[in-house]
Design a protein around this ligand. Sequence first.
Ligand SMILES: Nc1ncnc2c1ncn2[C@@H]1O[C@H](COP(=O)(O)OP(=O)(O)OP(=O)(O)O)[C@@H](O)[C@H]1O
Length: 597
Amino acid sequence: MTHTERRDTRGTPDSAPGTARRRGRPLSRLLRNRVAVVCLALLALIVAASVFAPLLTSASPTRATLDDAFAPPGGGHLLGADSVGRDVLARLLYGGRVSLLGGFIAVAVALLIGVPAGLLAGYYRGRLDAVVSWVASLLMAAPAIMVLLVSIAAIGPDTNATMAVLGLILAPGVFRLVRASVTSVREELYVDAARVSGLGDARIVRRHILPVVQAPTIIQSAQMFGVAVVIQAGIEFLGLGSAGQASWGAMLNEAFANLYTKPSLLVAPGLTIVLTVATLGLLANALRDALLDTPGRATRRRPRTVSAPASTPAAADDSLLVVEDLRVTYATRDGERTVVDGVSLTVRRGEVVGLVGESGSGKSQTAFAILGLLPPEGRGEAGRLSFDGRDLRGLGRKERNALRGCRIAYVPQEPMSNLDPAFRIGTQLTDPMRAHLKLTAREAREKALALLERVGIAEPERVYHAYPHQISGGMAQRVLIAGAVSCDPELLIADEPTTALDVTVQAEVLDLLRELQREREMGLILVTHNFGVVADICDRVVVMRTGQVVETAPAGQLFAEPRHEYTRMLLDSTLEDAPPRAPLRIPATGGPLQETV
Ligand SMILES: Nc1ncnc2c1ncn2[C@@H]1O[C@H](COP(=O)(O)OP(=O)(O)OP(=O)(O)O)[C@@H](O)[C@H]1O
C-alpha cells in the first residue's frame, strides 16, 4: 500500500501497528536467527578461550620440552605436543590472542580511516570527494600482498604493525562502501527536510546519515575480520610474523614442516582457523539480514544554494520576500539548461501567494532556489533575493541553517519520503525545536504534542511515539506541517502539499494550512497546479510557464479577467464548471469505449 492509498483517519494511525513490532529491533531479529546465535556463541567461546587461556591451561605456549616432542594427545598434553614438545592446546589458546588482536587492529584501522573519509567525501562531495576517491583508487590498485611484504621488510616482522598496514589496505573498501551509502541517503527527501528545518551538518550526519551507514559497515567489519584472520595466519605461516610468539599461523607453519612425520599437527590450527573464519562469514550474512531489514527509505532528488553574491538594498514596505530576476540553470551534456528564467515575485507579510503552472514550469525550482536548496549540479542567481530586508544570496551555510526551519519553513510534496523511517515522529519533531528554540527535551515534547493536536491528530501521544510507516500519508503531512510551523516561521513555502494525498484528505490539509497561515499571520507561497486551491486560499497568483512568469495578479482578478493567453488556457483546462460528459457506452462487440453523445 502506498501512502497515497492509506486512510487518513484524522488521528488514528492506520493499522500497521506494525511492521516494526513484527520485525523487532535488529538485535532481536539477529537473535531469532539460529545460525547467528550459534555463530555468536562460537565466537564468544573462541574469544573467551583466548582471553582466559592462563585459566584453561597451565602449560606454556612457548616452552619447549624435547622429551615431549610429538607427544600424542592425552596425559600431560591434552591435544599432544609439537616437534619440540610445546603443548598444542596452550599454543592454540594463546595463539588465538594474536590472531584475534591482529584481526581487531586491521578492522579498527580500516574503520578509523574509511568511515570518516567516506562520510566527508559522500556528504560534501566536490573536490574533497575527488581527491579522496583518487587516493582510495590508488591504494586499491596496489597489490595487497606486495604492500604487506614491503611493509614487513621496512618495519620488521611485527605482526601487529603488519595488521595495521593491512587495515590501511582495507580502508579504501570501507571508504567506498560508506561513501556510496552516504551518497544515496543524502539525496533523500527527509535529509532535505532536515536541512530545510535548519539542522546543521553535524546533526544531520549524526541523526540521518550515520544510522544508514552503520549497518553495511558492521557487516563489512565482520567480513574484514575474517579476511584479516586468514591473512594474519598466512603471514605467520610464511614465518614473517613476530618471532617466538604462539599463533595459529605459526602452528600451521610448524605442522607443515612436519607434514610427513606428524600430519595430525595440522588438525588443531587448521580447524580453528576454518571455524573462526566460517563463523565470521556466516555472522556477516546474518547481520546483513538483521540490519538491512529496516523500513524502506524512498529516494528523491534534493535541493541547495543560490550563489551570486552582490549586495542589494533592503526590502522596503511590508514585503517579506522579494525575488527579482531569479535564474536557475543546470549544466547538462548538451550545455547549460535554464529551468527558471528571470522570475520575480514578492510575498508580503501574512500574504498567500500561489505559484501555478503546468508540470515542469519551474515552480519547485523557484521554491528550492529561495530556500537555498538547489541540487549541487544546479546554479541559482538572482538580481535580488531578500527576506525581511536581508540579502539571502551571500549567506553562508550556517546563516542559512539559522534561517531555514526557523523563520522560513517548508512543507514538501511527499510527506512519507520526508520523514526518516528510522526515527520516531516525536524525535523528528523535537529535534529542530531543540536546535532552534533551545528548548529542553521536556519543553520540546510538550510543544510537539500540542502541535500534533493542533494539526488535527486525534491521538498525539500515540503518533508522537510512532514510526513514519505506522501513520497514514495524510497524518504524515499533518506531522510535517506541525514541524514546519513549530518554530513560528514568518514564511512558509508549501510545495504541492496535497499532491501525494488521497483526494478526501487534500481539502482537510489545505484547510489546515489556511487556518495556520491566518492564525500565525505567515507569508505563504503555495506551489500548485490546481486553480481550485488557488481560488480557495491565495491572495495573489504568479503564473509560470517554461521557467518564466507570464502573469502576476490578485487571485480574484486573475479568475475574472486573465490577461495572458497561457493563463486562460490553464483556466480553461480545469474541469470545474465544465459541462458534464456523457456516460461511456460499452460496445457489445468489444472495441474502444465511446461516449454516448
Ligand atoms: N537536477 C536537475 N537537472 C536538470 N533539470 C532539472 C533538474 N531538476 C529539475 N529540472 C528541470 O527543471 C524544470 C522545472 O522543474 P520543477 O520541478 O521546478 O517543475 P514544477 O513546475 O515544479 O513541476 P511539477 O509540478 O511537476 O513539480 C523541469 O523541466 C525539470 O526537468
